[in-house]
Ligand binder design. Sequence first.
Ligand code: ZN
Length: 344
Amino acid sequence: MKKSISALVLLIAFTSQIFAQKTHSPSPITKVDYTYRINDAHCHYVDFVQETEGIGVLLEQMDKAGVDNIVLFGLPVTKLWTDYDQERPIYYDDNDAPVYYYSFTDVILAEAIKALPKQQKDRIYPMICGFNPVDKNGVDHIKRMMKMYPDLWVGIGEVFFRHDDLSRMTYGRNPTANDVSMEPVYEFAAEKNLPIWIHSDIGDPMSNKPKFLYEMEEAIRNHPKTKIIWCHIGDTRNVVVEGLPEITTRLLSTYPNLYFDLSWVIFEQVVAPEGKLDSVWVNIFEQFPTRFLVGTDNIGGFSDYGKTIRKYEVLFDALTPETAKKLASENMFELLPKRSGKNN
Ligand SMILES: [Zn+2]
């Protein structure tokens, strides 16, 4: 009897310990106390040789950085390691070797997401990018991916058009946003309500003039039902185009289907040069609070993830709390198609 009582006591103690552990165990998503939680609207799961630190590392970094959800792309091109290069290039600008379109990038991303538990899967908003934009068959790849992975994809991108040195490294004809081959993609995107993220340099470092603006403007104007996110406001390395604030304001006033993301060099080169915010841009964000997104533009490596996403802190502090919240998190959800059973 005594033995069975002590066994019972032990059992109760053990059960209550389990219960205590269960109730006090941390949630899988660690909430970090930032003033503004962020949704990262621009990140690549893989780099220019299609490698990645992994989805687990990315999710861990998102937790640490106070990022709840993420728009995640593969990378549509991959770098050639040629016979004549002793050192393996990783980034496109590591050497002059060409890059080629790599459709499997979408499968790499889809498979990584598929393997996640639902709670983590729901935080990721994947996009299809692995097609050649000057191929009229490009849209078929998008349709194929949607058939292979139903209910997964929520958009298209990042599609590369003019992209500094990357353009001349890419095999084949250089793609532009107004290329006739893109027509079926824009139309399909509108039909299925898939927003499309586009990289298209507005100018080049030779002139700092908006030489290529007309290409994007034609695509935006001719497809009013397609939601287009012009990444980095068309800015690229070493380019600060004259009159960019006026161009941005005019485009936003004219085309309700246009959005911009502030990822990559636009922030350091234009919005906050040398860490000092330009008030002209702060006013534009206040004037069009629903049309801008923030993002890391990390590519496959996530060691500097927190630093990259939290660089916007200085901007959030300068905005009204309502606008800051929109840029930090709300605009991304407003833009994305609703998914059943998801939090947007
Ligand atoms: Zn990018």
